[in-house]
Each structure stands twice: as structure tokens, then as C-alpha cells.
Design a protein around this ligand. Structure first.
Ligand code: NAP
Length: 358
């Protein structure tokens, strides 16, 4: 009988690839969704199960409610807790992010600890729990670093407080009820979307550049990781006995948005995509930020490089990362194939990708 694993937030970008990876490796997957009626949002996962001949079932559970979590974890050997709100625009009330992130993580952990069958929980944290709120920026951050929540924006705060709460929860469990916890801390996640609905906020820079929704690039950038590599890391974090109790950064070299634009212009320009390649002056970005709260989020990061080391995951888990350029191009290609970026005027529309998994 296959080992059963629970994955939370199945309709999301990362969870879809994690589910694929688990099915490919013979695990039986139970996956949580908020809305069991929205079958279209999980059709790509059903196709993945058919392709691999794997066992996949869906259950309903919301991070904001207790209902459903006990049934979700029942009989599972491990839980990969991926779900967490990741909106492109900050909410009016930061508790809308922090509540589901922190309380939701605790709900999942409480249910897992109560089953007796779950030995390990892998938490999808983020470098948002590592790199924010520091006064010094020119140092390479590692698993030893923590963001300062009091000096971080809502999303970063939600990820930091959720991961802290998870470590505190497992540390406080009685000896006989010990759960193993592993945190995975990815940078900005690129890579192909599996369906038109399974997109993430992290696709926004690529989408905006390809569809010329921005006139150029602010001086911002990110340490990136490919979603397919990240899915492998989730599996390794679940399978490797010695990973218990560890955090693992998953982020490569910093990429400036300007360089994303230049690569996309080179590759997609000949196909009619008018990708902007100019750099927007900081002064202009600060001016726009006065009335646009999404742009306002970028202001504290102007000119700052995200410097991180993933050496620990390479060394301890044998994990490897593919080059960022291919990951970027695969992201862009998938946004076009799934109709998230429209074909340029006069160009033939792409063949719909609905029947493919990536
Ligand atoms: N993408 C990145 O660059 C990045 C980087 C670092 C870490 N992460 C982390 O990776 C994880 C997945 O992110 P993603 O990029 O895949 O984002 P995503 O596509 O937006 O997926 C988020 C998932 O969380 C679910 N969710 C949100 N609020 C929920 C709630 N109250 N109850 C139950 N489910 C809820 C969503 O369900 P619905 O479909 O029902 O909304 C969705 O399935 C998150 O923990 C995120 O913080 C992402």
C-alpha cells in the first residue's frame, strides 16, 4: 500500500507541482481545497493522477476554520503544509494574511499531532521569514537568520510569524507526541504554471513584462527558484530522516527585474512581444508609490540585492537547482500557452495548453 501524504492548498501554483512530484514517486496524495465544488481549479491535478496512475483524493479544509482538518490528516504519514495567502496587493487589514497563515499552520499542526499517524510536517515557509526588516543588506542570509516582523510588511510578517509558531508548537509537544518539522524557505518561485488558474503572485513580474503592463523595470530583483526543483526539495525534506528540525533555504542568485526584461525581450521580441527593457528611475517609482499601494511595497527594496545561500540543502539533501534562465523562459512560455498573457496583435493564438500538465 502506498504511503499517504497530505498536501494543503492543492489549487495553488506550488502545491500542484508538489502533488505531481509525489504522484510521480508513488505516494498516495490527499489534498485540501477550500471549495470542493470548484472542480475546474483542480482538473490539472486529476490529469496528473491519470498520467501517473497515482492515487489522489480531495478534501475540503480552510485555514480559517477547524472543520475538516482532523479528517484531512487521518491516516497520513506526512503533511506538506503549502497553503498560505499570497496576494499581489496588500490587504487593508494585515490580520487577513497573518490570521490564516499563523492560525492555519497551528490548525494543521494540531490535527497532525492528534492523529498519531503523522510523523513529519514539511512547512512551506519563505525567505520572507529570513531577509526582511534587517538594517544591513550586503550579507548572505542563511537558515540562521530570521526576519524582524515588527519591521516587515504584512506578507513577510505572516510568513515569519507562521514559521515561528510552527517551531514553537513542535518544541512544546510532550515527548511522546513529538512531530518532526522541516521548513523549506524558497525565494521567488518561477517555473511553468500547470493551469490558467494555478498562477501565483510570483508570476506577476514576468506577466507584466511580457504583456507590457509596465513601462519598464524598477530597480528591484529577487533570488529565484524553479517550482519543479522546489517540489523535489519538498519531497527530499519529507523523506530524509536527518532533515528533521531543520530549515532549508531554496534560492539562487539574485536577478534584477531589468535582466528578466532583457532576456524576455531577446527571446520573445521576435515573436511580437514588446517587452520593455528600460529601467525606471527610483524617483518615478517613489512618486507612483504615493497612490499605488502595490508599487509602495517595492520602495523599501529598491536597489537591494537578495543574497542567500542554499548550500545547506545541496549538502544535506543532495538537492540541485536548474539555471534561472531556463526557468524564466519556461514561466513565460507557460503564461502564453495558458492564455494568461495574450498573443501579440496579429500573431496566431497559441494552441490551448489545457490538455497538458505544465
Ligand atoms: N510563489 C512564491 O514566490 C513563493 C515564495 C516563497 C514562499 N511561497 C509560499 O509558497 C506557498 C504556496 O504559494 P503559491 O505561490 O503556490 O501561491 P498560490 O498559488 O496563491 O497558492 C496559495 C494556496 O493557498 C491557499 N489558501 C490561501 N488562503 C487559504 C485559506 N484561508 N484556507 C485554505 N487555503 C488557503 C490557496 O487556496 P485558493 O486556491 O482556494 O485560494 C492556494 O491553494 C505559500 O505558503 C507561499 O507563502 C511562495
Amino acid at each position: 500500500m502506498s504511503t499517504r501524504v497530505l498536501v494543503t492548498g492543492a489549487t495553488g501554483f506550488v502545491a500542484g507541482h508538489v502533488i505531481d512530484e509525489l504522484l510521480e514517486h508513488g505516494y498516495a496524495v490527499r489534498a485540501t481545497v477550500r471549495d470542493l465544488d470548484a472542480a475546474d481549479k483542480r482538473a490539472h491535478l486529476v490529469r496528473a493522477a491519470e498520467r501517473t496512475g497515482g492515487e489522489l483524493e480531495f478534501v475540503a479544509a480552510d485555514l480559517g476554520r477547524d472543520a475538516g482538518w482532523a479528517a484531512a490528516v487521518a491516516g497520513c504519514a506526512a503533511v506538506l503544509h503549502v497553503a498560505s495567502p499570497f496576494p499581489a496587493t496588500p490587504p487593508a487589514d494585515e490580520q487577513d494574511l497573518i490570521g490564516p497563515a499563523v492560525e492555519g499552520t497551528l490548525r494543521v499542526l494540531r490535527a497532525a499531532a492528534a492523529t498519531g499517524s503523522v510523523r513529519r510536517v514539511v512547512l512551506t515557509s519563505s525567505i520572507a521569514a529570513i531577509t526582511h526588516g534587517h538594517d544591513v543588506h550586503d550579507v548572505v542570509r542563511t537558515e540562521a537568520d530570521w526576519s524582524v516582523p515588527e519591521k516587515s510588511a504584512a506578507y513577510q510578517k505572516s510568513k515569519t510569524l507562521a514559521e515561528r509558531a510552527a517551531w514553537d508548537f513542535v518544541a512544546a509537544l510532550p515527548a511522546g507526541e513529538r512531530l518532526e518539522l522541516v521548513a523549506v524557505n524558497p525565494g521567488m518561485i518561477l517555473g511553468p504554471v500547470q493551469s490558467a488558474t494555478a498562477t501565483s503572485t510570483s508570476h506577476e513580474p514576468v506577466r507584466m513584462l511580457l504583456s507590457r503592463a509596465v513601462p519598464g523595470s524598477p530597480r528591484v530583483g529577487w533570488a529565484t527558484v524553479d517550482v519543479r526543483d522546489l517540489a523535489v526539495l519538498h519531497r527530499l525534506a519529507m523523506e530524509t530522516p536527518a532533515a528533521a528540525g531543520n530549515r532549508y533555504v531554496a534560492a539562487g542568485a539574485h536577478l534584477w527585474m531589468r535582466d528578466l526584461g532583457r532576456t524576455l525581450a531577446t527571446e520573445f521580441g521576435p515573436r511580437g512581444y514588446r517587452v520593455p527593457t528600460r529601467v525606471l528611475p527610483d524617483l518615478l517609482v517613489r512618486a507612483i508609490a504615493l497612490f499605488d499601494k502595490t508599487v509602495r511595497l517595492t520602495v523599501p527594496t529598491l536597489g537591494i540585492e537578495e543574497l542567500l545561500s542554499s548550500e545547506k540543502a545541496h549538502r544535506e539533501l543532495g538537492w540541485t537547482m536548474r539555471p534561472a534562465r531556463g526557468s524564466l523562459l519556461d514561466t513565460a512560455e507557460s503564461l502564453i500557452q495558458h492564455g494568461i498573457v495574450a498573443a501579440p496583435r496579429g500573431a496566431a493564438a497559441p494552441v490551448p495548453a489545457a490538455a497538458t500538465s505544465a
